[in-house]
Write a protein that binds this ligand. Structure first.
Ligand code: PMP
Length: 355
């Protein structure tokens, strides 16, 4: 019994008699686990929108990341930055306020690297994301949705928990390691995949990391590339980029993960050429058409992005090469935007053609 316990305490290699030389080889292996496969997503040609506009409308397939969303990039960037700063030691706890996708990314990358996660999520988010987080092994705390100004806001609760327990707060909204991840990966990938032919980039805003970091990189390569924010109703980014104020009280949206009301650190100082206001109905019509005619299954924020790309294509005319993001899979929203009863109850029609 004693020797068995002692054996269990030995490093894995010694316990199973694996030679040290082989272990060193494994450590320096040219193969990697999931943390080595975040990003480098395919750039898909979206045939119907491209034909309609006589532009190339291209979508980065972010739903193909290991955690199933664009937020894996931010999660990995934030974790690696914290490791470099000595803020994350083995076995540490990462806490974050998130609409779900960042939590999923932090949880799986955390597991691959030996950290545990505590996720504070508004109870308004889809049941799929909340259940998935629990299944993945995160400790999930659901809280009522409150504005940032309220101390009960999910993100501010996460900050408080970090301070009280000595945990690491990922702070995706104001930690610019998020923006940097897109500057270092999303931007260069788009530049390379289009062989520098990209003329426009469109993104919606949650934290602003995607729009901020990617647009910053693309503008550095070619200042003529048009960078555009696609904003859902009820969010303040449209008004911020158009008029420089945050006075937006014009409706609401069911798109999850986007809809920002303040200028986060990830948005400060970025150069954006235009902003569009997008209806949920148009975004919905686009993602249903994408599924039915091209076999691409994505959530509503991707539809907001694609509606923005469509508007940029229409305004600028044929010949443009416009890139946007397919942020996550429709699987995360089966109980809502891919549920006909839910759609009916919320006045949305999946069969309405793109107008
Ligand atoms: N779409 C989805 C589904 C998201 O979860 C998020 C991030 N919350 C975004 C878009 C926006 O990304 P970012 O935080 O980089 O602005």
């Amino acid at each position: 019994m004693v020797s068995c316990l002692a054996n269990a305490c030995l490093p894995l290699g010694l316990r199973f008699g694996i030679p040290h030389r082989f272990l060193m080889l494994l450590k320096n292996s040219r193969y990697a686990g999931i943390e080595g496969y975040v990003g480098r997503t395919p750039l898909l040609r979206l045939r119907r929108l491209s034909e309609l506009t006589r532009c190339e409308i291209l979508g980065k397939a972010e739903f193909m990341n290991p955690g199933g969303s664009v937020k894996d990039r931010a999660a990995l960037g934030i974790i690696e930055d914290a490791e470099e700063r000595g803020l994350l030691n083995p076995g540490a706890t990462i806490v974050e306020g998130t609409a779900g996708n960042t939590g999923i990314g932090l949880t799986i990358i955390g597991q691959a690297k030996g950290y545990r996660t505590v996720i504070v999520i508004p109870e308004t988010q889809s049941v799929e994301k909340i259940t998935l987080l629990r299944t993945l092994g995160a400790e999930v705390i659901t809280v009522p949705e409150k504005p940032y100004s309220d101390p009960a806001n999910y993100n501010r609760q996460a900050q408080r928990m970090a301070e009280e327990n000595g945990w690491f707060w990922a702070n995706q909204f104001d930690n610019v390691a998020n923006q940097l991840a897109h500057f270092k990966t999303t931007g260069p990938e788009i530049w390379e995949q289009t062989a520098g032919e990209v003329t426009g980039f469109v993104a919606s805003v949650g934290t602003g990391g995607t729009l901020g970091g990617t647009s910053m990189f693309l503008k550095q390569q070619n200042p003529k590339i048009k960078t555009v924010c696609a904003d859902p109703y009820g969010a303040a980014m449209y008004s911020w980029f158009k008029n420089g104020d945050l006075n937006t009280k014009d409706g609401d949206s069911f798109a999850e993960g986007i809809g920002q009301m303040r200028v986060t650190e990830n948005l400060k100082g970025i150069e954006i050429d235009d902003a569009y206001r997008i209806t949920d109905q148009l975004a919905l019509s686009i993602i249903y058409q994408l599924l039915r005619e091209e076999g691409i299954f994505v959530g509503l924020s991707s539809g907001i992005n694609l509606a923005g790309a469509l508007q940029l294509a229409t305004e600028g005319g044929p010949g443009q090469v416009i890139v946007t993001l397919l942020c996550d899979s429709g699987i995360r929203y089966m109980s809502r935007i891919f549920n006909s009863e839910w759609l009916l109850a919320h006045g949305l029609d999946p069969n309405l053609p793109i107008s």
